[in-house]
Design a protein around this ligand. Structure first.
Ligand code: ATP
Length: 133
């Protein structure tokens, strides 16, 4: 199967820099699957799961909280605001974050506070869902 170069970057580290055969990310317009020689594009990413497939290894899953993906000439760059591989996710921490977010939602006194709590809850639930996949 044809490969493309994939780089996944978080603010504090590079999660992956190598070849891949397939990438699934959640864009604001819906899930996007990338294979070798995909047309060029730049798209914002939203909270969701990411799946990476390789020629010679098992697929890997990650939780992503947002960012951008750039598809160039068989080179794909995923720039994330935060991203963890499945086996790096601390489920207890995400459960605590979800609990805090639920409390924040109940205590919210403006739409802005409610939106912020909703996003925090989504981030935590996404991490839990990816970890338990
Ligand atoms: P928390 O309140 O637990 O910090 P958060 O949603 O506010 O959660 P983020 O701001 O999205 O956290 O991420 C801050 C940093 O912590 C990032 O580097 C992210 O990868 C990491 N991180 C956040 N939650 C987890 C988790 N449950 N397991 C592993 N790493 C996490």
């Amino acid at each position: 199967m044809n490969t493309f170069k994939l780089q996944i970057v978080a603010p504090d580290r590079v999660l992956y820099d190598g070849e891949a055969t397939f990438l699934l990310v959640r864009a604001q317009s819906g899930d996007i699957g990338i294979q070798a020689n995909h047309q060029k594009l730049v798209t914002p990413l939203t909270i969701g799961k990411m799946k990476v497939e390789f020629a010679d290894a098992q697929p890997r899953f990650a939780a992503i909280t947002g960012g951008f993906m750039k598809v160039g000439d068989n080179v794909v760059t995923v720039l994330t605001t935060a991203c963890e591989w499945q086996d790096e996710i601390d489920v207890a921490r995400a459960e605590r974050a979800a609990e805090r977010a639920r409390k924040d939602k109940q205590a919210a006194r403006s739409k802005k506070e409610m939106d912020r709590a909703e996003i925090k809850l989504k981030r935590a639930l996404n991490r839990i869902s990816v970890a338990k996949k």
